[in-house]
Ligand binder design. Structure first.
Ligand code: NAD
Length: 262
């Protein structure tokens, strides 16, 4: 589905982390569609390279957002390409392990937190001085429905996504006087390969068929469906546009009115 109207983002300078696939790529494409200049980073060099053919207008950097030095190199690329920044989309996040807390691999816990929340800090701290120079500056941090509800067997993911909301609300208060908006987006289950692997892991952990987990998931949303990556992308574009000029400090669900995760 294409965006129907002008969002007044022509020439806006946008950085989307983990933009080589999924929500990140849909978001990069949505910004490009409304005339923004878009740079993406990703840890997956093969997927990033493929964008050279499918999405040649997107700037690209290899980056692991959990690695501060790697993020520093990313921002050198962004400043080199754009000379500044108007929009940061902190999208990178992994599902993390599925297991009861007492048997979780501590390294998998640390890796989930390192990417999902510390990675957002790594990017925000370098973006803020650039955003202060912009006349329409904003940050979108990807949280999740798991940042609003308890999510048994996924404690590292839920902890990281609740942390994103605390980070967002606090940063919105810090940066509001500088005219920089900061919002979190809380997607529900996005149809696609990522959610299928989450479903498979959860089904295996519970000893039930994947279809059971999928049906339960869909029935938790009032609209009785999963969302699309484009649904999330369009909400992010709206918030970054002048139409969202007075919206900051929120955690916006894009989830078909999900009522719980269990
Ligand atoms: P995805 O699994 O499709 O992965 C997107 C990209 O992230 C991949 O290209 C991957 O290479 C990249 N990536 C992974 N680790 C990285 C790192 N350390 N540094 C840079 N890039 C890295 O993800 P998605 O489903 O599009 O999710 C995007 C964001 O939305 C995440 O923060 C996720 O937690 C959140 N989210 C997703 C869903 C969903 O159902 N898909 C639901 C709620 C929230």
């Amino acid at each position: 589905m294409s965006l129907p109207m002008s969002f007044d983002l022509e020439g806006a300078r946008v950085l989307v982390t983990a933009g080589a696939s999924g929500i990140g790529l849909a978001t990069a494409r949505a910004f490009a569609q409304v005339g923004a200049r878009v740079h993406v980073c990703d840890v997956d060099e093969v997927a990033l390279h493929a964008l050279g053919t499918s999405d040649a207008t997107l700037g690209r950097s290899t980056c692991d957002v959990a690695d501060r030095a790697s993020v520093a190199r990313l921002f050198q690329d962004v400043v080199g390409a754009f000379g500044g920044l108007d929009v940061l989309v902190n999208n990178a996040g992994i599902a993390g392990p599925t297991a009861r807390c007492e048997v979780l691999d501590p390294e998998a816990w640390e890796r989930t937190l390192a990417i999902n929340i510390t990675g957002q800090f790594h990017c925000a701290r370098l973006a803020i001085p650039l955003l202060r120079q912009s006349r329409n500056a904003s940050i979108a941090n990807l949280s999740s429905a798991a940042g609003r509800f308890g999510f048994p067997l996924r404690t590292p993911y839920a902890a990281s996504k609740w942390a994103v909301i605390g980070f967002t609300k606090s940063l919105s208060m810090e940066l509001g006087p500088d005219g920089i908006r900061v919002n979190a987006i809380c997607p529900g289950s996005v149809a696609g390969p990522r959610i299928e692997s989450v479903i498979a892991n959860k089904a295996a952990a519970r000893g039930v068929a994947p279809g059971v987990v999928r049906d339960e998931m869909v029935n938790k949303a009032s609209l009785r469906r999963m969302i699309t990556a484009e649904d999330v992308a369009h909400a992010i574009v709206f918030l970054a546009s002048p139409l969202g000029a007075n919206i900051s400090g929120h955690a916006l669900p894009v989830d078909g009115d999900t009522q719980s995760l269990v």
